[in-house]
Design a protein around this ligand. Structure first.
Ligand code: AMP
Ligand code: MG
Length: 472
């Protein structure tokens, strides 16, 4: 059956101030490398065959009902305002109202130059495309809000990065691609008509129960607070939390130089360009607040009574650290197998984390092993864990179902960086076996999968990856 997508493109119906119409730029010989059947079903597509999927998701065939466009936005990159960013290597094909009733964007990334490409080639190479495919789908399986991956297509063209690399296009699915930066650009230009229309659109699309700019601000705050706590709970480092990579819907977006930690190190940074540690693991809650403050600054402009709006926005932003902390506590309490809140839980969690950091304990494996005899082996000094565990075991006496809570909160499988790098290297040489294995295993991260235990192993010293690159 022919590939069809039931498009309903609400963004394309907005004023053209928000985008530039732009079809994907065709590629030489598109070849389908991955296709997400489950997601296609959710979207209500008829999937067609691989040849057709390659044509559509490589950008050579614009499917019926698509209205391709590149979105406009700006943003703070590493704290500095860049007045003009926008989709420089992506086009939104359109939206569908999926079978679950939720509206979603379907976007091609790496689909060629757009009016917002600046000096860039508008392309992506295979490595980051497959990295995003695997890691975003893993994030979804971990239960953390995220964009998803529908398809990966090799283009048959090389792109120039560290050398000649095979080009590829990722098809990304998102609740929307509205970012903090989408608001910033119209605020910075003083285009309040567009800013107001965008605000109304975002509310209708994502938070229909709230009213007004400050209602939107509070809703984004709540969603972002949950998101950041989710990242922290699985040892995820986003790597480039610029305001243009901060989604209004509260999904993880833009898997550039991201990574999951192996050894627990709160000051861990992967991104090769993050010299100051701005986006270090432990700094992510602070940055989320900083980003919300930028959204507040934009939205305040819509108010006739600026002083009142400033006061209200300040209150909303100031509440965010407490909300992140509460979401963090809820998640880390569950990671210790605890459901009911008790005084002293916070100290208990902090104590474990300090010992993990000092003991060079693997973040994922330590939590997964809690309650088994193996947890202490994660520590350079196992006695340090034993000391902590005495207090923890005493605390567990006032709980039921500790084991089930532990298992549901602590994944056994995360996309470890050294595996991702090995996967990329293999696929460049044409071997997709590790790619398929990772997508299969990481789809069930909380299940025991005894045949796959080698994927739980942290890297040994010559496998460890110390930096990740944007290099899309
Ligand atoms: P990112 O760091 O991935 O969030 O990208 C920041 C900005 O750079 C976005 O506006 C991208 O569209 C743009 N960009 C990144 N890579 C390219 C590329 N190869 N060609 C054109 N624009 C790009
Ligand atoms: Mg981005």
């Amino acid at each position: 059956m022919k590939l069809t997508i039931p498009f309903d493109n609400s963004f394309a119906r907005l004023d053209s101030a928000f985008y530039a119409r732009q079809p994907p730029v065709p590629v030489k010989s598109p070849f389908l490398r991955a296709f997400n059947q489950d997601l296609a079903r959710l979207l209500g597509m008829t999937p067609g065959d691989a040849a057709e999927q390659a044509q559509v998701f490589g950008g050579n065939l614009v499917p019926d009902g698509a209205e391709p466009l590149a979105q406009l936005y700006s943003g703070h990159q590493f704290g500095n305002y860049n007045p003009q960013l926008g989709d420089g290597r992506a086009v939104l094909l359109g939206e569908v109202v999926a079978t679950d009733g939720a509206r979603r964007d379907i976007q091609l990334k790496g689909s060629g130059r757009t009016p917002f490409s600046r000096g860039g080639d508008g392309r992506a190479w295979l490595g980051p495309v497959l990295r995003e495919y695997v890691v975003s789908e893993a994030m979804f399986a971990l239960g953390i809000p995220t964009t998803r991956a529908l398809a990966a297509v090799e283009t048959g063209e090389d792109v120039i990065r560290e050398g000649r690399m095979p080009g590829a296009v990722l098809t990304r699915v998102a609740s929307s691609h509205l970012r903090v930066g989408t608001f910033q650009i119209f605020a910075a230009r003083g285009d309040l008509t567009s800013l107001r229309a965008l605000t109304e659109y975002a509310i209708a699309r994502h938070y229909p129960d709230v009213t007004g700019p400050m209602g939107l601000l509070a809703a984004v705050r709540d969603a972002q607070a949950e998101l950041i706590a989710g990242w922290m709970s699985v040892g995820f480092i986003h790597g480039v939390m610029n305001t243009d990579n901060c989604s209004i819907s509260g999904e993880t977006i833009d898997y550039g130089p991201c990574a999951f930690m192996d050894v627990y190190q709160p000051d861990m940074v992967f991104s090769s360009i993050d010299h100051q540690g701005r986006y270090a693991y432990a700094n992510q809650p602070n940055i989320a607040v900083w980003n919300l403050a930028q959204l507040a600054t934009a939205l305040i402009q819509l108010s006739d009574d600026r002083d009142a709006a400033v006061e209200q926005a300040t209150e909303i932003v100031h509440a965010m650290p407490g909300l992140i902390e509460a979401a963090w506590m809820r998640r880390f309490r569950a990671k210790l197998g605890l459901r009911s809140p008790h005084k002293g839980d916070s100290a208990l969690i902090d104590d474990l984390l300090v010992r993990m950091s000092e003991g060079q304990a693997d973040f994922t494996n330590t939590f997964r092993a809690l309650g088994s005899a193996k947890a202490r082996d994660q520590f350079v000094d196992p006695a340090s864990f034993d000391q902590w565990a005495e207090g923890w075991k005493a605390r567990c006496l006032s709980e039921t179902e500790v084991e089930a809570t532990l298992k549901a909160a602590n994944p056994g499988f995360i996309p470890r960086n050294h595996r991702i790098e090995a996967m990329i290297e293999a696929t460049v040489a044409g071997d997709y076996s590790l790619f398929h294995r990772l997508t299969r295993v990481l789809a069930r991260p909380f299940e025991d999968q005894p045949d796959e235990n080698d994927l739980q192993k942290p890297p040994n010293s010559d496998e460890a990856i110390h930096a990740t690159y944007c290099g899309t």
